[in-house]
Design a protein around this ligand. Structure first.
Ligand code: ATP
Ligand code: MG
Length: 392
């Protein structure tokens, strides 16, 4: 009998060669996450599932935690692997169920090996009967508190109880890269995470006004990157000095429109960074109507400055949903740490809720953008952030 972590993936549309590529990539991502977690384990595929086998001395709980952060994982559970023999399955199921909190249960059987005698229902009945007798627990197939899973593959069976949900989505790929704007607030890390979950490689960029903001915000951004890196493998982070841009903008743009122009300036600089990072789009934490700069009119003029698609995966989300997600992915506690926000630098108390590209172009006309962009680019700092061991 061997103790393993059994990993399922979801995407039902996967077919043929796609599936093979998907599972290979997911296996690689799992290996990477386990290595980052310091968990020595083997990863192999087994009939539409992946099996993680922690080696002697490895911490399986840490292994499971790392696995549950990896995009492409629909769910995962500790399981025991026994011989494909009904008595062995029953014994293992009784043991697995005993380790779960009390409550009614059901047995779910999947037979990847159709040669195994009996139907799935026959097996479920036999295993369920043994579990009920040994535990004294009731069976409820409609609303179980615990589900015991029996997965029969050629030669063996995996028995688990208490499957935990993973992030779903797609394993992070090798080509598509996006540049995510990270402000240090609640929204932008969640937005970046959502795109990582869809398989994109993401680099983060933070615009930083050194004369205004302390080190604290940079530490926040690095800590957020250390959390996101559990999902993406590693997380490249670019910090761009923004003080010259902001000073120049304050000199010519009325306070009502500065926020919008700051954000447009970010896209001017990002266009050059995207070439260097080979990114194909941008990610922001914009949510429609949340603040003055996020009315449809202002999102229009801000995003109009972008030279590539802007992905704003939270655009239709409420704050409560975003907060729930931030808690779930582990960015919430970092995001709520107080920090100085560069975008509030000398902006009006009641900023414009509408703007047009024409009026902004006029306001921006007196600025030497080439020089400002060059200066910012010269002092960009790039680092590759590894998954933070304390954030697992
Ligand atoms: P967040 O919670 O992500 O800070 P927000 O609701 O506070 O967002 P804004 O401050 O208007 O909204 O910023 C909107 C988006 O612009 C952010 O989600 C982020 O993607 C980007 N952004 C704002 N400030 C910065 C910055 N200093 N560096 C990088 N990106 C920024
Ligand atoms: Mg913000």
């Amino acid at each position: 009998m061997q103790r393993v972590i059994i990993v399922h993936y979801a995407e039902i549309a996967l077919k043929g060669g796609n599936r093979a590529r998907f599972t290979r990539r997911l296996a690689d991502r799992l290996r990477q996450a386990l290595t980052s977690a310091g968990v020595d384990a083997g990863v192999r595929t087994e009939n539409n599932r992946l099996v993680v086998s922690p080696r002697e001395g490895a911490d399986p709980v840490r292994g499971l935690r790392a696995v549950l952060r990896v995009p492409g994982v629909a769910n995962a559970a500790f399981a025991v692997c026994v011989a494909a023999d009904l008595e062995a399955m029953k014994a293992a199921a009784v043991e697995q169920l005993a380790a779960t909190p009390p409550g009614v249960f059901k047995v779910e059987v999947r037979r990847a090996d159709k040669r195994f005698p009996g139907t799935s229902i026959d097996i479920a009945r036999a295993v369920g009967g043994a579990c009920a007798a040994a535990s004294g627990r009731g069976v409820d197939v409609h609303k179980p508190e615990v589900t015991v899973r029996v997965e029969v593959v050629p030669g063996s069976a995996f028995i688990s109880a208490g499957t935990l949900p993973g992030p779903g989505g797609l394993p992070v790929g090798s080509t598509t890269r996006l540049l995510a704007f990270l402000s240090g607030g609640l929204d932008s890390p969640v937005a970046a995470w959502k795109m990582i979950r869809r398989g994109a490689r993401v680099s983060g960029v933070h615009f930083h006004n050194r004369s205004l903001q302390g080190r604290a915000v940079l530490e926040k951004i690095e800590d957020l990157a250390g959390v996101l890196a559990w999902s993406s493998g590693t997380f490249p982070l670019l910090v761009v000095p923004f003080e010259s841009c902001q000073r120049a903008i304050v000199g010519t743009v009325p306070s009502s429109h500065r926020m919008i122009v700051y954000r447009r300036a970010m896209f001017r600089i990002a266009a050059r960074l995207a070439r260097i990072e080979r990114a194909l789009g941008y990610v922001t934490g914009d949510s429609l109507g949340q603040v003055a700069s996020q009315t449809a009119e202002n999102l229009f003029t801000v995003h109009a400055q972008a030279d590539m698609p802007v992905y704003a995966p939270l655009v239709g989300s409420d704050k409560v949903e975003i907060i729930d997600r931030a808690r779930q992915i582990g960015t919430y506690d970092i995001s709520i740490r107080p920090h100085d926000d560069c975008c509030s630098f000398l902006v009006a108390k009641h900023p414009a809720v509408k703007s047009t590209v024409e009026e902004l172009t006029e306001m921006e006309a007196g600025l030497d953008w080439d020089a400002l962009v060059e200066e910012a680019l010269e002092k960009v700092e790039r680092q590759t952030i590894q998954p933070d061991p304390d954030a697992l």
